[in-house]
Design a protein around this ligand. Structure first.
Ligand code: ZN
Length: 488
């Protein structure tokens, strides 16, 4: 008899898990019908989401209310749907430059409006849950694409002191709802890897700690179980690309305290995916995660998970560079050494944070065999040289524009000199750096480490590649593209 019951439970569990994968597969295949097409890149602002929120209100499926205002007077909204007993609360972008989950929320709003044959799933979700969404908790930060608020305070260190109006809104909303589940939605560095594997952490989960001892009570256990289920589901689509965020207790953070105050909290950190600069694929994974979580909570499928799966999720580690050039010969005082070069690209805001440009640097060199690069190029047999500055001067960008860049690379040049005033833009779309004559420093520094990578790569005396501001470009073959070079 016991055996029989066990068998029934096991079959039941397998069916629920299979259903969850089926649902996720369905969402994955048909994502385009849900995708909010008005959001196409990361640097959208509060004014971009206002008409979308109004459209959600007009459709009448969600209830939409103002929860309060940011320091600069931008409205922060709370949208809700469902009539179930269990309350679920999701908040996004408390860090202004972490927008991926906000985009996915708008896909979720479309999901409940779309006629897609998933009525049973939606009914299960909405009969059992009432789901609350607070998109873009930090609209002032989003406006200038920065982590902190107008007060220069990190909201996620303000749960107790309550000095930011945005933090007050978030805590007040939480206290009025007392949700069963909370989803704390962020973006992490794109350079986290899954353990020491050569895979980027596309999504990292955490059931935040509620004390320094990392105790596990039933509240935290439920978030661990749910994460286990979500881990299994997502691994189906991006095998090996899901990690666990560091579990150090942070007494000033919202997630850790919400967990302590009785809400099973799930931290979702969106990371990096090769080629997905604007995080549109990662946004799709967020969307699938949210709907899978709703269904998992509503169907109570997560309760059948053990916390073992959560414990097995590999940790976030830092084994990624944006670019690694391997096995290069490099001459140092007549001595030839063999080096790998690890290059990272830092994104800088420009034009009111509507645009951005990269500045790159060589962050490590030597034996980098334990690391991997989003771009990883084996240059065994090639020699590395510092790029030179072309001696002739030019009087306009237009003149520079007409140059034969391939010819310049072949002669070992990675920079040219402009002797007129520039327009003040610190970067150029041209594939060569521009040095301003009046700002020229005597560049006798031939160090690699910490420098801006402007390099020439040769084989048998012939130039094969140039590296301009950390972007590799083929000289003998059409390879790579310079996203931007620098004007300095
Ligand atoms: Zn964050």
């Amino acid at each position: 008899m016991i055996k029989k019951i066990f068998l029934i439970i096991t079959i039941g569990l397998e069916i629920t898990m299979a259903q969850n994968i089926d649902l996720a597969q369905n969402l994955y295949s048909n994502y385009e019908i849900y995708r909010e097409n008005k959001l196409t890149h990361r640097r959208f602002k509060h004014t971009d989401i206002l008409p979308l929120i109004n459209e959600v209100r007009r459709r009448g499926i969600f209830s939409v209310e103002k929860a309060g205002q940011s320091v600069e007077g931008r409205d922060i909204y709370l949208l809700s749907i469902g009539s179930g007993k269990s309350k679920v609360f999701l908040w996004s972008q408390m860090h202004g430059d972490e927008p991926t989950a906000t985009m996915a929320m708008f896909d979720v709003f479309n999901f409940f409006h779309t006629n897609d044959g998933l009525d049973d799933i939606k009914k299960t979700i909405l009969d059992n849950l009432t789901i609350y969404f607070m998109p873009m908790v930090n609209p002032d930060g989003a406006e200038v694409y920065q982590r902190r608020t107008n007060y220069e305070i990190d909201i996620n260190r303000d749960v107790n002191r309550q000095q930011t109006p945005e933090g007050v809104i978030l805590r007040k909303t939480f206290e009025s709802l007392k949700p069963e589940f909370g989803f704390n939605l962020h973006d992490q560095s794109t350079r986290y890897s899954v353990g020491n594997t050569f895979k980027s952490a596309a999504i990292s989960f955490l059931a935040p700690s509620l004390d320094h001892e990392r105790s596990v009570d039933s509240v935290r256990e439920n978030s661990m179980k749910l994460i286990g289920e979500l881990y299994r589901t997502l691994n189906h689509f991006v095998p090996g690309h899901i990690a666990k965020y560091g579990d150090d207790y942070e007494p000033r953070a919202f997630g850790d305290n919400f967990q302590k105050w009785g809400t099973s909290t799930v931290l979702i950190e969106t990371g990096g995916w090769k080629g997905d600069t604007e995080k549109q694929f990662l946004r799709k994974l967020n969307f699938i995660t949210f709907i899978s979580a709703f269904y998992g909570i509503a169907s109570k499928a997560y309760k059948h998970e053990s916390t073992k799966l959560y414990d097995q999720i590999p940790k976030n580690e830092e084994y990624i560079f944006d670019l690694i050039l391997r096995n290069l010969k490099y001459k140092k005082d007549d001595k030839e050494i063999l080096i790998d070069v690890g290059i990272n690209r830092t994104e800088n805001n420009y034009n009111g944070a509507k645009e951005f440009y990269y500045t790159s640097s060589i962050d490590d060199l030597g034996d980098l065999s334990v690391f991997f690069g989003y771009e990883d190029i084996d240059l065994d047999g090639y020699e590395l040289y510092h790029g030179k500055t072309y001696p002739n001067q030019f009087s306009s960008i237009n003149e520079i524009n007409k140059l034969d860049f391939t010819k310049l690379y072949k002669e070992g040049y990675t920079s040219v000199i402009l002797n007129s005033k520039s327009d003040g833009k610190p970067f150029t779309d041209l594939p060569i750096n521009i040095q301003l004559k009046n700002q020229r420093k005597n560049n006798s520094n031939q160090k690699l480490l910490g420098s801006n990578p402007n390099l020439i790569i040769k084989k048998n005396g012939e130039v094969h590649f140039a590296v301009i501001n950390g972007f590799v470009i083929g000289v003998k073959s059409p390879l790579g593209k310079v996203f931007n070079a620098l004007v300095h």
